[in-house]
Design a binder for this molecule. Structure first.
Ligand code: SAM
Length: 259
């Protein structure tokens, strides 16, 4: 398949992204481990453990672009292990039924299967009309927002469905500012990842797209401003309140509180 990545119109982007994730769904977890040497697991652990400092009570969470459920599973495990909390719930939302199916299969093997703690929903992050206003304590989106056609629409919907005081938290690839690290990272991304895509998943184009989409995503200060423009309050950029960089900015965690 060739997707003609470089200048894709907005609605074509949506079907292209769907095709990419249809194609990678069954190999998604394996490829994540291979391309990041398992580091995505550490980032996700850090992300999830930062979500509810001191918040003991059960929380209503929504994990958007949740894919195969990596974040949702961690949220539930974290709640149980650290707060003996078996009442926190996570709604997993994804535009792609194949990714959700993989997630469902995976949850079937866990203690959360068939409990009110987890539910799966097929929906577009930009149009969340099935979810009412002021519903959630925590909204997460990990490695998903860069695939959405309109980031402002995603943020607007996140703001609408969060309760006042609720937290928006995004984990996403970001900009590496150190030139040496950036050169190494570029080399790795543009040659090694598409090659792994070919060898391990038989799909170079999808992995090439994923790498290019990372480079097109706004840099940290610009994304933090978009979060504020959607009505969230963030800490100050300069004192590290608006985002936290992981591994020199290869990924960043951005947070905002609904005011
Ligand atoms: N959050 C998971 C994780 O961290 O492992 C999955 C990340 S995966 C790289 C990106 C996910 O975003 C895919 O499952 C894809 O189907 C989903 N996605 C892309 N565009 C979307 C949209 N507009 N609305 C909802 N989900 C979307």
């Amino acid at each position: 398949v060739s997707f003609g990545f470089r200048s894709v119109p907005a609605d074509a982007k949506e079907s292209m992204v769907k095709e990419v994730f249809d194609s990678v769904a069954s190999k998604y977890d394996l490829m994540n481990d291979a391309t990041s040497f398992g580091v995505h697991r550490l980032w996700k652990d850090t992300f999830v453990s930062s979500l509810r400092p001191g918040r003991k009570g059960p929380l209503k969470c929504i994990d958007v672009a949740g894919g195969t459920g990596d974040i949702a599973l961690r949220i539930l495990d974290y709640a149980r292990e650290n707060y003996a909390d078996r009442e926190t719930t996570v709604d997993i939302v994804d535009i792609n039924a194949e990714m959700l199916k993989e997630g469902y299969r995976r949850f079937k093997k866990t203690m959360y299967h068939n409990t009110p703690q987890i539910a799966f929903h097929e929906a577009n992050a930009q149009i969340m009309s099935q979810f009412p206003d002021n519903t959630y304590d925590i909204y997460t989106i990990a490695f998903g927002i860069r695939n959405c056609t309109s980031i402002p629409d995603v943020l607007k919907e996140a703001h609408r469905i969060l309760k006042p005081g609720g937290t928006f938290a995004c984990l996403e690839f970001s900009r590496v500012n150190n030139p040496l690290l950036n050169a190494l990272y570029d080399q790795y991304s543009f040659s090694v990842i598409p090659l792994m895509g070919t060898v391990l998943a038989g799909d170079r184009d999808s992995y090439q797209y994923l790498v290019e989409s990372i480079r097109k995503f706004p840099p940290q200060p610009e994304f933090a401003q978009m979060i504020r423009d959607a009505g969230f309050s963030t800490g100050k950029d300069e004192d590290g309140g608006a985002w936290t960089e992981l591994w020199g900015g290869i990924a960043s965690m951005h947070k905002g509180v609904k005011v």
